[in-house]
Design a protein around this ligand. Structure first.
Ligand code: FAD
Length: 508
């Protein structure tokens, strides 16, 4: 048995606790070939109901309880769909506000679930915070319930009127994507980052979807991807993505074997594994996808994926332990160089990676390098976008963080004659801010819903990161969490490297 096969289950155990979801090729195969439902309203059942609603980024949920044999329900479906389309899915005009779902109570599997909500007629609509649905039930006579029956939603117009009255909003069935949106002004509102974890998940999913779709795993890109996956397994802020990354990593050697070709491997040869993973949802399948929340632009295609990718990279950088900084730096540089599909971006980024001539041996050094590099990109793009008019008018590029977000980050701020700003940064304060912003605040909305994963340890780790100036200056309990996470990343990298060496030796 290889050292890797002995070690990995233990490391996965450390990273997630005991998992109820089987990790391995069976669940991957299950995830393949299972097309997403075409409706905007999400079909839920006993198995998915609690998880989807608990993990939803939306502030409210509407659940329609129906029976597939009921003619009134069939007639009502297009009315419900009309409203669902403006709140759910890739083309939603108002994503992330209301999740609209439906449960077929005529299916045997859902009988207990429908009883939990005292379903007495079809169709029946309930409204409330998603987490209240996930953890509870509803009784018609119970006072003080946060779940309410929608008494007048018989047509799409009346349902939307009920919603507007409840929320004090003015949504319309004619609202279209990128119009009439309440966009987050994330430059100055620190609370907005708490909604970004879903964007980080979506960016992770997009990155791997592109990799598999474009068959980007080749003989020369295989090892960089393994190193990036190791980083994700240990430090991705979302448990779901850590699990999915581990699932790919576990199957990696079978699907993309390193010794498939003789030593003088053909440069551009691809592996069959690209097809095996096509459609794989690295961050979980049950979550409705297709919209950005924190990274949503006011114009088509201006933000989204590349914004989510930056947030992912920053959130990884503040979760590292000192000793991992340089290996993580290399993993991220190589990942962008090989797998970021924007040619110009990867070239510029790699040039900046290549200028680093000293090893990073502190978390702060790498986190600050990434922050500074991102600011250099911002400065360059600001000029380009201003002259070409290609930027998002609601999200102009700027030196970040702006003073409203972090006053203590600024020692001095001067306007130069060409209109640009010259800042003398307080680097200790910037690092402290980054740790709080991409550490604690990023995950603050999700502490209680299980998205973070490993229970008490990780919660205290995250809490402590917010108040420490350094991710390692933390109490013993949290330090243990950090040590376990770093052990996972370092050890995985080490085992993989020795495995590669052994294979090469065997080949020679
Ligand atoms: C590695 C990489 C390299 C890229 N290179 C190029 C390129 O060469 N040319 C090009 O046209 N596009 C490039 N892009 C895309 C570009 O940087 C933006 O992602 C895109 O224009 C969308 O911008 P945005 O307004 O959403 O903010 P983004 O720049 O994507 O930033 C996302 C969020 O991160 C926060 N943020 C901003 N600056 C910093 C900082 N310095 N440190 C920490 N957090 C910050 C803000 O909250 C911001 O909303 C690159 C993207 C990546 C991931």
């Amino acid at each position: 048995m290889s050292p890797f096969s002995i070690f990995l289950p233990f490391l996965l155990y450390l990273s997630f606790g005991v998992s109820s979801v089987p990790i391995g090729s069976r669940s991957i195969l299950r995830a393949l070939g299972d097309p997403d439902p075409p409706d905007a309203a999400i079909d839920l059942n006993t198995t998915s109901f609690d998880e989807v609603l608990r993990d939803s980024p939306a502030s409210f949920a509407i659940v329609e309880y129906f029976a597939h044999w009921c003619p009134a329900c069939r007639n009502y479906k297009p009315q419900y769909e009309k409203v669902a389309r403006i709140f759910n899915g890739a083309d939603a005009a108002h994503p992330g506000i209301i999740i609209m779902a439906r449960v077929d109570c005529a299916l045997k599997i859902n009988i207990k679930l429908c009883d939990r909500f005292s379903v007495g007629h079809y169709p029946m609509l309930l409204w409330g915070p998603p987490a209240k649905f996930a953890s509870g039930g509803w009784e018609p006579k119970k006072e003080k319930s946060e779940i309410l029956a929608i008494d007048d939603g018989r047509t799409s117009e009346r349902l939307l009127e009920w919603i507007n009255k409840k929320m004090g909003s003015s949504y319309s069935l004619d609202d279209e994507k990128y119009e009439n949106e309440n966009l987050p002004l994330n430059a100055s509102d620190p609370g907005q980052i708490a909604r970004a974890l879903y964007d980080v998940e979506e960016a992770t999913w997009s990155a791997f979807d592109i990799i598999f779709e474009h068959k980007m795993i080749k003989s020369e890109t295989r090892d960089p991807l393994i190193r990036f996956l190791q980083l994700l397994v240990a430090h991705h802020p979302s448990r779901r993505c850590r699990k999915g990354s581990a699932e790919i990593l576990l199957n990696f050697d079978d699907l993309w074997p390193s010794d498939l070709w003789p030593v003088n491997i053909e440069k551009n040869a691809t592996y069959h594994g690209n097809d095996a993973f096509k459609g794989f949802q690295i961050c979980g399948k049950e979550i409705p996808r297709g919209y950005w929340i924190f990274c949503r632009g006011s114009k088509n295609e201006t933000r989204g994926y590349s914004c989510g990718l930056w947030v992912l990279l920053h959130s990884l950088s503040v979760r590292l332990e000192d000793g991992e900084s340089h290996i993580a730096f290399t993993a991220i540089c190589d990942f962008i160089h090989n797998f970021f599909i924007c040619q110009e971006c990867r070239r510029h980024f790699y040039e900046m990676c290549s200028t680093v001539s000293y090893p990073f041996n502190k978390t702060s050094q790498f986190a600050l390098w990434l922050w500074d590099t991102h600011n250099k990109v911002n400065e360059r793009l600001k000029k380009e976008e201003e002259s070409l008019g290609t930027g998002d008018p609601k999200f102009p590029k700027m030196l970040w963080p702006p003073k409203q977000l972090c006053p203590s980050c600024y020692r001095s701020l001067k306007k130069k004659s060409d209109g640009t700003s010259q800042v003398e940064w307080n680097l200790d304060a910037v690092f402290k801010f980054l740790v709080g912003y991409y550490g604690n605040m990023l995950v603050s909305s999700y502490k209680d819903n299980g998205l973070l994963g490993v229970g008490g340890n990780e919660r205290s780790l995250v809490d402590d990161m917010a108040t420490s100036t350094s991710a390692v200056a933390v109490p013993v309990g949290a330090a243990l969490g950090i040590a376990l996470a770093s052990c996972a990343f370092g050890a995985l990298a080490c085992v993989w490297r020795s495995q590669q060496k052994n294979r090469k030796r065997r080949r020679n």
